[in-house]
Design a binder for this molecule. Structure first.
Ligand SMILES: Cc1ncc(C[n+]2csc(CCOP(=O)(O)OP(=O)(O)O)c2C)c(N)n1
Ligand SMILES: [Mg+2]
Length: 696
């Protein structure tokens, strides 16, 4: 390719257009972050125009390079690029539409309702945005997941003579904030360990954050830190030096054994005479006058707004777009040959990219006959996961060092361990890095593979920001959280989750499932595997729970409706409803038998998933929880927060109202009221109160 530096005028014009669009958009919105797009325009321009393998006509082409803007506040940088390169919109059905993803009008409506240019980049909303960013550091860890998924896909799908069929690179742009966040250290450590040479981070070393100069807070030697993480580190002393930037990107491309960090020294709000190098340029509009002065500095017309000078669109078309289209077309031609030689793998590749399951994905799932001793739901889950993963070759995942406890290790022949030497392995090892595990799973799901990760429920808090983003991005990531209650016993309150289930239920779009026994666990896995746009959290016990006798009680297939009547005493409406989840359902069943003997008509509702239940038609919900029956008791070894929604203001919730304690489980159950007697007593009291109400 002709080096674009041979045409300095157009290069500068393009760079300045990115800058002026950003300044104008932030000013029009009267909110946003102008300084960093202005500073990084040449960096992004150099990368996109000269290196990024991306076809604006087909922004979901599977082997495209990924560009992650981890510094999501600099969103106008990305929107300007998406606009100027003419990236096309893609529908939810993966069809490329003729219209632009980011028309100029969307930029003019930056940060306004329904604009394709929201405050921070949002995946699924703006085509060409590879991941949602804004919470600093997440994008960096996503990029590690993308690089892992790239490596894994290459190892699995690339067969001779198609060794380079999948070889995309992942670039992530970050600032001081991303570098300060702990998640970046976790992610960098993992990426270095895995020798992800398909990964390049670009660090905007501008010494500015919101509160002022980084001298206030951040004096790490970043180069040394990353060398310590096993990265290749290079430096560009001037963000405006396209020549040096290009050299740094070439260094990355030539580095085959490590990820690369490019440290770029930049000046926030470059060119704005009164705001450059100040934190004032980070998060507020420059002001009309300062914009005029900056435009004068760049040699742009001072009063033109949202101006795209002649030649700019064409230049991007001749550079990045032309290269991208050629690469993309050549790739699809190769895929055609690949399909002829490896039809089965090609079919799998197609399914993977469309989030489809293979035929027979639920073949040979274990079944669980009634058993009073039973098994822990984590154990059942481990068997199920193994059976399913065997049928779904692109299901990959692992644990934050708790695989043996969470039972998420794939043990069948050929599953293998993912490492730099064996990138086809399916067992990932995240190390004790829960936060980046979540974000890495998101990255894997973004590049498309079925990703799962596990840890103890208590440590879901360590991953929460990433779980939230799985939901926001509508990624079908599977979280396996075990050791789900005071059932943890002797480990004590540090390890006993109390408020975690409530917090997870509070995340919109996340499907939380707490199965009661092995059979419900099987149904839960069935549900989870068929989700396309929702992440799921499986909440599983450490301790054994009886496998319920389904000849006596209702089948576990009710799980898919979120809640179902497990046991009912005779005809007509029940006197009292016992709602339980997970390990507490058996308490409800035992209480049921006792109450029935007392001439009370109880009903037991197993309620593994609030979200699935809330999604059912009103008619079904009313059939399970008849509104007329207000005598209700919920039983869950977790915070009672939220249960009033189902037990109503007259019902009673048996749950946790404090932290737990360190003791054998039986003692804890006594102490915190998780006994059959307590459930029976609460139910009787509910019936008494209901009768009193009826008499009034
Ligand atoms: C996790 C998280 N914490 C805080 C913020 C709020 N925030 C947005 S940008 C920013 C400063 C970031 O500084 P830097 O990354 O150096 O960006 P620059 O100002 O240089 O563009 C902060 C604190 C955030 N977006 N995410
Ligand atoms: Mg900064």
């Amino acid at each position: 390719m002709t080096p674009t530096t041979a045409r300095p005028d157009l290069d500068t014009l393009c760079v300045n257009t990115i800058r002026t669009l950003a300044m104008d958009a932030v000013q029009a919105a009267n909110s946003g972050h102008p300084g960093t797009p202005m500073a990084l325009a040449p960096v992004a321009y150099c990368l996109w125009q000269q290196f990024l393998r991306f076809d604006p006509q087909d922004p979901i082409w599977p082997n495209r390079d990924r560009f992650v803007l981890s510094a999501g506040h600099a969103s106008m940088l990305l929107y300007s690029l998406l606009h100027l390169t003419g990236v096309k919109a893609v529908s939810k059905e993966y069809e490329t539409l003729g219209e632009p993803s980011v028309p100029l009008d969307a930029i003019k409506k930056f940060r306004q309702l329904d604009s394709r240019c929201p405050g921070h980049p949002e995946y699924r909303w703006t085509s060409g945005v590879e991941t949602t960013t804004g919470p600093l550091g997440q994008g960096l860890a996503n990029s590690v997941g993308m690089a892992i998924a790239g490596r894994w896909q290459a190892a699995y799908f690339c067969r001779p003579p198609f060794e380079d069929l999948i070889n995309f690179n992942v670039y992530a742009l970050c600032g001081d904030g991303c570098m300060m966040e702990g998640i970046s250290a976790e992610a960098a450590s993992l990426a270095g360990h895995l020798k992800l040479s398909n990964l390049c981070w670009i660090y905007d070393n501008n010494h500015i954050t919101i509160e002022g100069n980084t001298a206030l807070t951040f004096t790490d030697d970043i180069a040394t830190r990353f060398i310590g993480h096993g990265w290749n580190v290079t430096r560009v002393g001037d963000a405006n030096d396209l020549e040096m930037l290009a050299r740094a990107f070439r260094t990355f491309l030539n580095t085959r054994d490590r990820p690369t960090l490019i440290i770029v020294d930049s000046h926030i709000a470059y060119g704005a005479p009164n705001k450059q190098d100040t934190s004032a340029a980070h998060g507020e509009p420059l002001g009309e006058e300062e914009i005029r002065l900056a435009k004068r500095h760049y040699g742009c017309p001072e009063d033109a707004k949202f101006s795209v000078p002649d030649g700019v669109y064409e230049h991007f078309q001749q550079g990045m777009a032309k290269r991208g289209k050629e690469l993309r077309d050549a790739w699809f031609a190769r895929v055609k040959e690949y399909r002829a030689k490896y039809p089965e793998l090609a079919d799998q590749f197609y399914r993977l990219h469309h989030r489809q399951l293979p035929e027979g994905w639920d073949r040979n799932l274990p079944t669980f006959p009634a058993d009073a001793k039973g098994m822990a739901t984590r154990d059942a889950s481990g068997k199920l996961l193994n059976a399913i993963a065997k049928n779904v070759p692109w299901m990959i995942g692992g644990s934050a060092d708790l695989g043996p406890s969470c039972k998420t290790r794939l043990t069948f022949d050929g599953a293998g361990d993912f490492s730099s030497e064996s990138p086809g392995g399916r067992n990932l090892h995240f190390g004790i890095r829960e936060h980046s595990m979540g974000a890495v799973l998101n990255g894997i799901a973004l590049v498309k593979a079925r990703a799962y990760g596990s840890t103890f429920l208590i440590f879901s808090d360590y991953a929460k920001p990433a779980i939230r983003l799985s939901a926001l991005m509508e990624l079908p990531v599977i979280y396996v959280f075990t050791h789900d209650s005071i059932g943890v016993g002797e480990d004590g309150p540090t390890h006993q989750p109390v408020e975690q289930v409530a917090a997870l239920r509070g995340i919109p779009g996340l499907i939380v499932l707490r199965p009661a026994d092995a059979a419900e666990t099987a149904e839960a896995w069935r549900v989870v595997m068929q989700l396309h746009h929702e992440p799921a959290a499986l909440i599983l016990t450490r301790q054994a729970v009886p496998t319920i006798d389904r000849t006596k009680y209702a089948p576990a297939s009710g799980v898919r409706r979120g809640a179902y009547v497990l046991a009912d005493a005779g005809e007509g409406k029940p006197d009292v409803i016992l709602l339980g989840t997970g390990s507490e359902v058996v308490f409800c069943l035992e209480a049921f038998e006792k109450l029935r003997g007392d001439g009370i008509k109880p009903r037991v509702v197993s309620m593994p998933s609030w979200e699935l239940f809330d999604d059912q038609p009103l008619e079904y919900r009313d059939s399970v929880l008849p509104p007329a029956v207000r005598a209700r008791v919920s039983v869950e070894q977790a915070s009672t927060f939220g249960w009033s929604k189902y037990v109503g203001d007259t019902g009673h919730s048996i749950g946790m109202r404090s932290f737990g304690a360190s003791a054998p489980l039986k003692q804890l159950q006594q102490k915190f009221g998780f006994t059959v007697e307590n459930v029976v007593e609460a139910a009787r009291e509910q019936v008494r109160q209901a009768r009193r109400r009826a008499e009034r």
